[in-house]
Design a protein around this ligand. Structure first.
Ligand code: NCD
Ligand code: ZN
Length: 351
């Protein structure tokens, strides 16, 4: 069979996105809203979005920016940042106010995670309330202790945190965010849930398209550095297999994480890849590489809303196999940002 040159999909959503705050938000929102109907907005602002009140204020700033952009159809889905002090009351309030999930950042794991959870045991009451009201927990699945090799942090998290978390809270809905290893893919694929929808994982375009060599190709490549860090080729292959398997436990979450060019190209460059500019083109390229474009719609448009018990979108979008040049940089407030694949081409474009 010839591979298609055009595909139509129910409009996708992005189930893991960073849009920051202030001046820069407008620029990154425009890229996402061009492609996606909804996105889960991550709460790792400075200071973090830890209460319903803060989330509502953030949501209204997002809405003002959408208005400025003349976009009326995009829906930001809000999350709260779990801390050692999150109360069961705040969880119940969040549920009542339409917050879509709580994000667990182990303290120190990634960008703006200093206020994160120091020990998951401290969150027992909040987790109990989340389980009781059906509030998903979105996890950054890496341990943080300095003696664990950075390439092993996700696998150690599975063994030392995730497994017991799932035992203690068997009904808690958990999304293992931006998985990067074959062990994580296998864990999610094989987890027994008693037929319930209690575990899923998001996968980013960079982890489907690149292995860790991309961080060091001919010199250090800060724009390919994100957390969890890219892994070996065998892991990329396993993630691609999971994403294209048709399993409803794997769905799209770009983890597009904008940092200004100067903050990436620095002595201590920030973690995060900016994939929002043409994320769908990147995913299409990944799926096409294993001749599984027919599985893209499930991954991008169906399994996310199904997991979160939200309706699937009604509108459709069309991707064409038409190479798109990616600019060397894009505006980001007063600064610039270097998108993933800057200065290169992506095989697929959105009409
Ligand atoms: C994210 C960011 O910059 O906010 N960075 C990243 O490398 N993915 C945080 C995160 O999701 O870990
Ligand atoms: Zn993220």
């Amino acid at each position: 069979m010839n591979s298609p040159t055009q595909i139509q999909l129910i409009q996708p959503d992005d189930w893991h996105l960073h849009i920051r705050d202030g001046e820069v938000m407008k620029d990154v929102l425009a890229d996402t809203a061009r492609q996606f109907a909804r996105a889960i907005i991550m709460p790792n602002l400075k200071p973090p979005v830890t209460t319903v009140e803060l989330a509502k204020a953030y949501q209204s700033r997002i809405k003002s920016n959408l208005k400025l952009l003349g976009i009326s159809s995009f829906i930001p889905l809000m999350t709260l940042y779990l801390t050692d002090n999150t109360s069961a009351d705040e969880v119940r309030k969040a549920k009542a106010e339409g917050i879509i999930g709580f994000k667990l950042y182990p303290a120190g794991a990634t960008t703006n995670s200093d206020a994160g959870v120091s020990d998951i045991k401290r969150c027992h009451q909040a987790l109990e309330a989340m389980q009781a009201v059906g509030m998903p927990l979105l996890v950054h699945g890496e341990v943080t202790s300095a003696d664990i090799d950075i390439f092993d942090r996700e696998v150690v998290f599975i063994d030392t945190v995730l497994e017991s978390l799932r035992k203690d809270f068997p009904e808690l809905k958990i999304v293992f965010e931006h998985i990067t290893t074959k062990q994580a893919a296998q864990y999610v694929r094989d987890a027994s849930t008693g037929g319930k929808n209690t575990i899923a994982a998001t996968i980013t375009p960079q982890h489907l398209l690149m292995n860790r060599n991309a961080i060091f190709a001919g010199g250090i490549r800060p724009h390919n550095y994100c957390l969890p860090v890219l892994k070996r080729e065998e892991h990329r292959v396993a993630l691609l297999e999971a994403a294209t398997s048709g399993s409803a436990r794997f769905f799209l979450g770009t983890d597009s994480a904008p940092h200004a060019k100067g903050a990436k190209e620095a002595a201590c460059g920030c973690a995060g890849c900016y994939s929002a500019f043409n994320a769908l083109g990147l995913y299409a390229e990944a799926f096409e590489s294993v001749a599984k474009l027919d599985r893209l719609e499930g991954f991008a448009s169906f399994f996310g809303p199904d997991f979160y018990s939200l309706p699937r979108n009604g509108k459709t979008i069309t991707l064409v196999k038409q190479a798109q040049s990616i600019p060397a940089q894009l505006p980001l407030g007063d600064a610039t940002i270097v998108p993933l694949r800057a200065g290169e081409t992506i095989a697929w474009s959105l009409i």
